[in-house]
Design a protein around this ligand. Structure first.
Ligand SMILES: Cc1ncc(COP(=O)(O)O)c(C=O)c1O
Length: 375
């Protein structure tokens, strides 16, 4: 019987990508007893009752079959109306299986092998790997130490092969929210070099100092906006998001969705529609206080950029550690789970802390991290 050698069967494409470093931390976490878990990428609050009810109603009224590929009409209409009010333009919209679904469809629709994608470093880890999976080349722009958009750095990364520039606001892993001026400059850069601007706003409802400025309005004809429901409404497992942008691109992504995801989960689309009317201001307030608590507890010991949204901090590891991984290993030995910056970056100098946990754990975890940092 012939031996089944993985190298014989697994594609180069698949083998070019390694398992997420976050998974490795999760594996370690499984062995710890009652750790302070600062590694989680989802809120610790529950889905709003109205959203759960709308989804149960959808199940009970037999809305369990496929939907049309682009998404159910009432959700599309609602999203289009909201975007029009917010941005003063009417983009085409596609309901996607999470923002990850939107990212993959966009990259499949846009990239030929060798096409370059300019990505701010640190970045959400899927961008790098998804670009590679479709044969594209990620080109990273160093945004340290404050993780803001600096047009000259991005411009220097653009080449004739650049098709796309990716921004996330609020960002994972830094929590930085781009201001209107930065978004305008990004749109102008895209215009100057005739490239598409992809803006990932999955955390846009979780903004603590001011509402996130709308990204779509600066160059709506070349901006692809991706938004999701998972983070804001505690429904990450429901796999719901949407893409909004130029009709030619949304049509192409819809065609590809037809042959891949088929449609976003049917019952979750009814839940998502209800989510758009759910009041999460209490959670936003609670997370604002958590953000302030972490800033207060870590600020004196670590160098950090104060995040304006999301639920992450990306502090710098003290210089006495050779790299962030060494610091993270020491933290894990002390029962605190954090993620080394190398998972999100070409550098290994920072760590990601998610404060989507109880205040008690935040207090305990920050105290331990400060103790380790001081040595
Ligand atoms: C910036 C960013 N974009 C997209 C995603 C993926 O979102 P979804 O769960 O909707 O696929 C995440 C999840 O961590 C994220 O942090």
């Amino acid at each position: 019987m012939a031996e089944l050698r993985p190298e014989r069967f697994l594609s180069q494409r698949s083998r070019s990508v390694d398992a997420s470093g976050i998974r490795k931390v999760f594996d370690l976490a499984a062995k710890l007893e009652d750790p302070v878990n600062f590694s989680i990428g989802q809120p610790d609050y529950d889905v709003p009752a109205s959203v759960r009810q709308a989804t149960i109603d959808a199940i009970q009224s037999r809305k369990n079959g496929y939907t049309v590929t682009q998404g159910i009409a009432p959700l599309l209409e609602r999203v289009r109306g909201d975007l029009e009010r917010e941005n003063g333009c009417s983009p085409a919209v596609l309901v996607t299986s999470g923002v990850s679904g939107g990212i993959l469809l966009a990259l499949m629709a846009l990239l030929d092998p060798g096409d370059e994608v300019v990505i701010g470093d640190p970045y959400f880890v899927i961008y790098k790997h998804a670009v590679k999976l479709v044969g594209g080349v990620p080109v990273f722009v160093d945004t340290y130490p404050d993780f803001r958009f600096r047009v000259e750095r991005y411009e220097a990364a653009v080449t004739p092969r650049t098709k796309l520039m990716v921004l996330a606001s609020p960002s994972n892993p830094t929590g930085v929210v781009l201001n209107a001026d930065e978004l305008r400059q990004a749109a102008e850069l895209a215009e100057r070099h005739n490239i598409i601007l992809l803006v990932d706003e999955i955390y846009n409802r979780l903004a603590y100092d001011a509402p996130c400025p709308p990204a779509l309005k600066h160059a709506p004809h070349r901006t692809l906006l991706l938004r999701g429901f998972g983070k804001s409404y505690g429904m990450t497992g429901w796999r719901m998001g949407y893409a909004a942008g130029p009709a030619f691109l949304i049509e192409e992504m819809t065609k590809l969705q037809q042959y891949t995801f088929v449609c976003a989960p049917s019952i979750a689309q009814y839940g998502a529609l209800a989510a758009l009317d759910a009041d999460i201001s209490g959670h936003v307030e609670e997370y604002r206080r958590k953000r302030d608590l972490v800033a207060e507890r870590l600020g004196g010991t670590f160098e950090l950029a104060r995040p304006g949204g999301g639920f992450y901090f990306f502090p710098r590891v003290p210089a006495r550690f050779p790299n962030a991984t060494a610091f993270v290993e020491e933290a894990i030995r002390n029962n605190v789970l954090i993620i080394p910056g190398s998972v999100f970056s070409q550098k290994d100098t920072h760590f990601r802390l998610s404060y989507a946990t109880t205040n008690d754990k935040i207090e305990r975890g920050c105290e331990i991290l400060c103790r380790i940092a001081k040595g």
